[in-house]
Write a protein that binds this ligand. Structure first.
Ligand SMILES: Cc1cc2nc3c(=O)[nH]c(=O)nc-3n(C[C@H](O)[C@H](O)[C@H](O)COP(=O)(O)O)c2cc1C
Length: 182
């Protein structure tokens, strides 16, 4: 972690968003611009986004399609971004969309913001409530905001929020080829 660029080293996914912080329109535009410039297979850019600012209609319609447990913290975010992809794309559309969201996430860190993602969505509800085109499949919701007071979280979320973060050691994730020669 020590040698990572600070943009990656300081990134983490909080639930304790500041319920009073607002996302400026310029910040929202910058986040989407970062996603727009992600690489993709054949430069097909198979990503679509709907962004709602807290308490606007888009935000409310995204929020109600998250599980109740996630709504408890997501409601405090400054913005909710639905990231979607075309239903009929090539088999790497989810990979490409993930890269676009990763770009958005790094840009959020650069703006002093935090992100937490949710994939457990009512996808049919999102299509209906946001009146999405039929060929668009909701994939993940990205909550964006500023860090708030973790003590304002419900007790179970506070425990998760303050738990140590873990990663598998490199030795577990780097594959070595036992029989490779040379
Ligand atoms: C695709 C994706 C889906 C996620 N879904 C959820 C979710 O449904 N609920 C939640 O609280 N966190 C969710 N997370 C956050 C992860 O739990 C979190 O990124 C992981 O524990 C690593 O923690 P860190 O981001 O702080 O390093 C999701 C993250 C990703 C990338």
């Amino acid at each position: 972690m020590a040698d990572l660029t600070p943009l990656l080293a300081f990134r983490w996914s909080p639930r304790s968003f500041d319920p009073d912080a607002e996302l400026a329109q310029t910040e929202a535009a910058t986040l989407l611009e970062a996603a727009r410039w992600a690489p993709s297979v054949g430069n097909r850019q198979p990503w679509r986004f709907a962004l709602g600012h807290r308490d606007d209609e888009t935000f409310k319609r995204i929020l109600v399609n998250l599980p109740a447990a996630e709504q408890r913290w997501a409601a405090r975010a400054s913005a909710l971004v639905l990231a979607a992809h075309p239903r009929t794309g090539h088999r790497f559309v989810a990979y490409d969309l993930g890269q676009a969201v990763a770009h958005l996430t790094v840009q959020a860190t650069a703006l002093g913001l935090h992100v937490r993602q949710v994939t457990n969505l009512d996808r049919a509800g999102l299509v209906a409530d946001l009146d999405l085109p039929g060929d668009v499949r909701p994939y993940v919701v990205v909550a964006v905001g500023q860090l708030g007071d973790p003590l304002s979280l419900p007790a179970d979320l506070l425990a998760d929020e303050t738990a140590l973060r873990h990663r598998r050691p490199l030795g577990e994730i780097v594959l070595t080829c036992e029989n490779a020669t040379g």
